[in-house]
Design a protein around this ligand. Structure first.
Ligand SMILES: Nc1ncnc2c1ncn2[C@@H]1O[C@H](COP(=O)(O)OP(=O)(O)OP(=O)(O)O)[C@@H](O)[C@H]1O
Ligand SMILES: [Mg+2]
Length: 269
């Protein structure tokens, strides 16, 4: 279980300060799949960074599986926390081959690479890649820089989950992909999450995706959770409902939010 208790993060740059997260509490059980929406600058990435440990909270406490991880450095959390970001290049080493990237992912998680026979490892990697059903199993020796964005992101999903983490953090991980590849990556992500039953947080600006995926949804604005949907309320939500909820909290005039959901402002005739 992941618990954030009264977590706040203020960034100080010179004389300025930004309250990126304001006193936020959030509890996730194993198997919970939380989607996170919100306008630009709402604090979504900051929230995931705090959980990953790449930044530390100004106040509050974060625990995972009952252990306090508030000040545990990111590299020590990497074994417990899988992370995929928007840029398909960010999750992989482009100059290295598909097989080398997978080996790196295992090493990062401290598994005994030295004990494994390379040939057996290659067979394992091939089997894992074949499950993605996009033909990557025949490209083990291809440098990742030659793969398409969708193929790289599929590899990033596999790398983040090769040694199953306790928690999966997805920050707009399909935003740079075309709709078909985005759907493929979401499907891969969901099937992994279903199989492993770990807790997942997924940031997205695609409201349809936020509704369709997972069992809980939060809306963030100005560093706060302004609404949470779960169960039936989430299943039955529509994009228009969400825009309406935003507007009730005076944020629907956020141009950047609405720009990303043009279908939501199409008035039916
Ligand atoms: N390292 C930093 N130093 C200073 N300010 C920061 C830093 N990181 C984030 N911020 C500020 O904190 C606020 C929240 O940023 P964050 O990146 O979490 O937003 P977001 O919800 O992920 O937005 P987007 O949808 O654009 O990705 C913003 O005002 C941002 O400028
Ligand atoms: Mg962000």
């Amino acid at each position: 279980m992941l618990a954030l208790e009264n977590v706040a993060k203020t960034f100080h740059t010179g004389a300025d300060h930004v309250h990126a997260i304001r006193e936020l509490s959030l509890f996730l059980h194993d198997g919970d799949f939380l989607t996170i929406i919100g306008s630009n600058g709402a604090g979504k990435s900051t929230l995931l960074n705090l959980i990953a440990g790449t930044i530390l909270p100004s106040t509050g406490r974060i625990s995972l599986g009952g252990s306090d991880i508030t000040t545990v450095p990111a590299y020590k959390r990497a074994r417990l926390v899988g992370r995929i970001v928007q840029d398909p290049l960010a999750g992989t080493a482009p100059e290295m081959t598909v097989a080398e990237n997978l080996a790196l992912a295992m090493k990062r998680h401290g598994r005994g690479l030295r004990m494994a026979l390379p040939r057996k490892l290659r067979r394992d990697f091939k089997d894992q890649l074949a499950r993605l059903s996009i033909g990557l199993e025949s490209r083990l020796d291809c440098p990742v820089s030659l793969l398409s964005g969708g193929e790289r992101q599929a590899l990033a999903v596999l790398m983040a989950t090769l040694v199953p983490p306790k928690l999966l953090l997805l920050d707009e991980h399909t935003a740079a992909l075309d709709p078909a590849n985005a759907a493929m990556i979401v499907q891969l992500t969901e099937s992994f999450v279903d199989r492993s039953g770990l807790a997942t947080l997924m940031v997205t600006h695609n409201m349809e995706q936020a509704i369709a995926v997972g069992n809980r949804l939060i809306m963030m604005h100005a560093g706060e959770v302004i609404h949470e949907l779960h169960g039936k309320e989430k299943q039955q939500a529509t994009v228009l409902n969400l825009v309406d909820l935003f507007s009730q909290r005076h944020v629907a005039d956020d141009e950047l939010l609405l720009k990303r959901v043009p279908e939501a402002i199409t008035v039916p005739v």
